[in-house]
Design a protein around this ligand. Structure first.
Ligand code: CMP
Length: 157
């Protein structure tokens, strides 16, 4: 199976009507959407998803932010998707992120940084299971697959 990652279009992304713009970048790069839903993050889901940050001083702020408005949870699939998406998203703080990255182009905040993306294949597996039941993920192939990768690359990926 090709690699998968979890994307969250965070409340600021939804409020600013940037969901389509951000999602378009991932689609145009060549990744496939295998799961997607608009949802309200509860404190319970947030505490699971951000387990590594629960003890951090900024966690109450982070909890308020991520539960403030809906998010769009997306499971993306494709070759090396975890690493490639992290590069496309840019470094955590929007004001430090490189122009050309999503945060670098659209965010000047350390917290309101528009997008979450899993930081490793192991995190992706854990996070996808928090946001999606197995039957909510769809296995499919898009017809442009043959144009995105060479034949030998498709065999390796
Ligand atoms: P992300 O890296 O996707 O996951 C953790 C989130 O916590 C991060 O995005 C920010 O939205 C938020 N965050 C990280 N550091 C801080 C901080 N110092 N103050 C407030 N929020 C933060």
């Amino acid at each position: 199976m090709k690699q998968r990652t979890l994307i969250l279009l965070k409340p600021d992304c939804m409020e600013r009507r940037l969901a389509g713009t951000v999602l378009a970048r991932f689609e145009q790069k060549g990744f496939r959407i295998v799961g997607m839903k608009l949802m309200q993050v509860t404190p319970e889901i947030a505490s699971k998803h951000y387990a590594e940050h629960v003890e951090k001083p900024f966690f109450p702020n982070l909890l308020g932010y991520i539960t403030s408005d809906p998010v769009t949870a997306i499971c993306l699939e494709g070759r090396d998707v975890v690493n490639v998406v992290r590069k496309m998203v840019g470094t955590t703080k929007g004001y430090l992120a490189e122009p050309g990255t999503i945060r670098g182009d659209f965010s000047i905040s350390g917290q309101k940084n528009l997008v979450h993306a899993s930081d490793s294949p192991e995190s992706a597996e854990r996070e996808i299971a928090i946001f999606f039941r197995p039957e909510e993920l769809v296995t499919w192939k898009s017809c442009d697959d043959a144009f995105l990768l060479s034949e030998s690359e498709r065999e390796e990926a």
